[in-house]
Design a protein around this ligand. Structure first.
Ligand code: NAD
Ligand code: IPM
Ligand code: MN
Length: 349
């Protein structure tokens, strides 16, 4: 029996509820395929501020560094707004500490979700795109300054940071439809001009067989709604990727559907749904655990190289959605617990 050491970071709001779904999915995979998943739950975000004063306690970082893979629920909430430390520092901090520079956010519109897209079916059908978001650079990590009447967040990128995430995008495209749209704001921003030059250079030198197009971020936001099937791999910097991925979550109809993998040069990766702590529905068993369950499929595939197990999770999730069982965000009546139960039953059978 193979043993895997999994760190769970439940965090805040709906984070603990969806982490139960993550754990149950892995336990069921363990039983079916003969793996022993050992879990350690650690503090992050607001929960960590409340317990220790620190959104990312050193003990959490140590445990994550020694894990085979890490799952994160969500952090943040109004309780910590205006405080000296913010829950979000914990999430940014763990991504940096683990060197997780590439965030993979797949978006598909399937038969089950097509009816839930706010777009017309002829626009939304068949969407299958992968956002590669740079995750440890740009304005979120540059120097921050604040005095009485001025504030600044420096947006900074090095060539090496752009090169490594660009390679992730082209390598992903090779396994898909071999097409990358790189998104930037090169008509205004110096970092974007460096981004575009670097993407072009890596493309020419290493991936010239792949189709490459550059699009300005404002146009990209429009095209995602106008012609979402244009996109195969969408490569972009940190903040643009953050915003465009929430927009793209509306193609299948709910942010609760989208999972992600945050990867670096070394293991472990961190696997996290793209949504936040959803304070408006927290504690009510209403959260859609699909994004969490998809993140677990990515944890199995990218984090532990268990492709068969990942496929079993994806199939069980698709079958559950196809059966018409839906949580409230998609207009259904299922609770988070019921939906998860259905998926784990489908994995086990
Ligand atoms: P949010 O993603 O938490 O919620 C936006 C809307 O989507 C809400 O109406 C919410 O109910 C709904 N929603 C989100 N996830 C859902 C799910 N799984 N099932 C059903 N509905 C779901 O975004 P927000 O309200 O802007 O942010 C709330 C807090 O979360 C903030 O503190 C923010 O910083 C934090 N946040 C954390 C992460 C993360 O931990 N990865 C990501 C985004 C936002
Ligand atoms: C996300 C979130 C985080 C981000 C926040 C909470 C730090 O919005 O994962 O998309 O900006 O990366
Ligand atoms: Mn976000």
């Amino acid at each position: 029996m193979t043993k895997f050491n999994i760190v769970l970071l439940p965090g805040d709001g709906i984070g603990p509820e969806i982490t139960v779904a993550a754990r149950r999915t892995l336990e069921t995979i363990g039983t079916r395929f003969g793996h022993d998943f050992e879990f350690a739950s650690k503090l992050i975000g607001g929960a960590a501020i409340d317990a220790t004063g620190d959104p990312l306690p050193p003990d959490t970082v140590d445990a994550c560094k020694n894990a085979d893979a890490v799952f994160l629920g969500a952090v943040g909430g109004p309780k910590w707004d205006g405080g000296k430390r913010r829950p979000e520092e914990g999430l940014l901090g763990i991504r940096k500490a683990l060197g997780l520079f590439a965030n993979l956010r797949p978006v598909t519109v399937t038969e089950a979700t097509l009816a839930h897209s706010p777009l017309k079916p002829e626009v939304a059908h068949g969407v299958d795109l992968l956002i590669i978001r740079e995750l440890t650079g740009g304005a979120y990590f540059g120097e921050k300054k604040r005095d009485e009447d001025t504030a600044s967040d420096v947006c900074i990128y090095t060539v090496a940071e752009i090169e490594r995430v660009t390679r992730v995008a082209f390598e992903a495209a090779r396994k898909r439809r071999n097409s990358v749209i790189s998104v930037d704001k090169a008509n205004v921003m110096e970092t974007s001009r460096l981004w575009r030059e670097t993407v072009n250079r890596i493309h020419k030198a290493e991936f010239s067989e792949c189709k490459l197009e550059h699009t300005l971020v404002d146009t990209a936001a429009m095209r995602l709604i106008q012609r979402p099937r244009d996109f195969d791999v969408l490569l972009t910097e940190n903040m643009f990727g953050d915003i465009l991925s929430d927009e793209a979550s509306m193609l299948p109809g709910s942010i609760g559907l989208l999972g992600s993998a945050s990867l670096g040069a070394q293991k472990p990766g961190l696997f996290e749904p793209i949504h936040g702590s959803a304070p408006d529905i927290a504690g009510k068993d209403l959260a859609n655990p699909s994004g969490t369950i998809s993140s677990i499929a990515m944890l199995l595939l990218h984090g532990l190289s268990l492709a068969k197990e990942a496929a079993a999770v994806t199939t069980a999730l698709e079958n559950t959605l196809n059966s018409g069982l839906m949580t409230g965000d998609l207009g259904g009546k299922a609770s988070c617990t019921q939906f998860t139960q259905n998926v784990v039953d489908a994995i086990a059978s």
